[in-house]
Design a binder for this molecule. Structure first.
Ligand SMILES: NC(=O)c1ccc[n+]([C@@H]2O[C@H](COP(=O)([O-])OP(=O)(O)OC[C@H]3O[C@@H](n4cnc5c(N)ncnc54)[C@H](OP(=O)(O)O)[C@@H]3O)[C@@H](O)[C@H]2O)c1
Length: 249
């Protein structure tokens, strides 16, 4: 019997990268997983890849209407939720000097406000014993040129997780963050105009990470499964780094 038999999970940004790898792990352990993303073709691909116990729901976490529609569908189909993996996010590289109000608003609107309301709107559906996992980045404890707004959004999520964990103990709902270092997913290429630039970042990461390589999405998914399941039944408010030692440097 799987570790998540009978459980219902939502993974935002479950159509690609870390979210998709986590969806695979959770389905393998018996959960029914709702995966979201903005792009319908990627959702259909994810549904096809996972094959069973998965429902793709199109939606933008920055849209409260989309979130209401997604939670309405989950309530209607399966009546409640046990696991929320608030994973959807994006990164836009820009220095402080070159930043615009549009850059600031978009980054905080998606990564912070979108995640905030993903969790807020999940609360009525979450059952006792539930697990909320916010995906941040190990960079939230570092200073990295060009990544200032992105890392600040993830630091905000880390802070929210502490308060939400404290509030939700009353309902026996656990809240934890995972903080991956550089992981080989499509988000690496999405940051750049050319493949050469993205490969330059990969090479810089390989040189900087003590383990000498980028992580794999499945290595993060294993940590998400740990925090989603009763294997971590006494863990709340924690931040799990999965970064090959990068934050130690
Ligand atoms: N890969 C890394 O090196 C790394 C390191 C540290 C932290 N992380 C974090 O890990 C998480 C997953 O990233 P990833 O590496 O798996 O990237 P990815 O492959 O680009 O996946 C991002 C997912 O989020 C979805 N998404 C993006 N914006 C969205 C929005 N506004 N509303 C709903 N869905 C949205 C994407 O689908 P659509 O574009 O179709 O919406 C996609 O499914 C993110 O929170 C990221 O910050 C990644």
């Amino acid at each position: 019997m799987g570790k998540l038999e009978g459980k219902v999970a939502l993974i935002t940004g479950g159509s690609s990268g870390i979210g998709l790898a986590a969806a695979k792990r959770l389905v393998e352990e018996g959960a029914h997983v709702f995966v979201t993303g903005r792009g319908q073709p990627d959702l259909e691909k994810a549904e096809h890849e996972l094959g069973r116990n998965v429902t793709g729901l199109q939606g933008d976490i920055a849209s409260l209407d989309d979130l209401d529609r997604i939670y309405g569908r989950i309530a209607n189909d399966l009546g409640g939720l046990d696991i929320v993996v608030a994973n959807a996010a994006f990164v836009e590289l820009v220095t402080l000097a070159a930043s615009t109000p549009e850059h600031f608003d978009k980054t905080f609107n998606v990564n912070v406000r979108g995640t905030f309301f993903t969790v807020h709107k999940a609360l009525p559906l979450l059952r006792e014993g539930g697990s909320i996992i916010l995906v941040t980045t190990s960079g939230h404890v570092k200073g990295v040129p060009l990544y200032g707004s992105y890392l600040a959004t993830k630091a905000a999520l880390r802070s929210y997780a502490r308060s939400w964990a404290a509030e939700l103990t009353a309902r026996k709902i656990r809240v934890n963050t995972i903080s991956p270092g550089p992981i080989e997913t499509p988000i690496i290429d999405k940051q750049f105009q050319t493949k050469e630039e993205a490969d330059g970042l990969r090479a810089a990461f390989r040189a900087a990470i003590p383990f000498g390589r980028l992580g794999e999405a499945d290595e993060v998914a294993a940590a998400i499964l740990h925090l989603a399941s009763d294997d971590s039944s006494f863990t709340t408010g924690a931040d799990l780094f999965i970064d090959g030692g990068l934050s130690l440097t």
